[in-house]
Design a protein around this ligand. Sequence first.
Ligand code: FE2
Ligand code: FE2
Length: 178
Amino acid sequence: MAKKSREKRVEAVIEVLNKAREMELQAIGQYMNHHYALDDMDYGELAAKMKLIAIDEMRHAEMFAERIKELGGEPSTDMADKVIKGQPFAEIFPFDTRLEDDTVAIYSDFLLTCRENGDSISMKIFEQIIAEEQIHMNYFDNVASHIEKLGDAYLARIAGTPASTGGTTKGFVIGGAE
Ligand SMILES: [Fe+2]
Ligand SMILES: [Fe+2]
């Protein structure tokens, strides 16, 4: 098989970087929606963490965009999918756990595309972001299982806690909120 031209290889990498960026843009919208929903339900602590995770996704969207620009591409402004609104409380954390789990699986494929096309810088970006999505997934899964196992006792402890992020705007992973 003939070797792909450099142009084709760069094109393949830009394509997965943009697909990932669109997934980040969807996650930002979804988590901001969940942030406001949890705040309205008066689960302040959960709302605050959700806000910080949305900030992480914004940083990821920027990391992908910067790499796309370096490669001479145009960062997408589309979302991979629509934001789901008005989810019942019990569905929020299992939903977000699945979203992160799917993201890890898809980004692992995208990382392979970067490897096949000889782009080790983009591979490293995916590696770092996959590790952060895993932290998000573990957190969401942890909250989901607390809600499932402890139910009202857990929620009574969370109800009325402050929705403030304590001045941190660095996000969940870097801000050390985990
Ligand atoms: Fe992300
Ligand atoms: Fe995430």
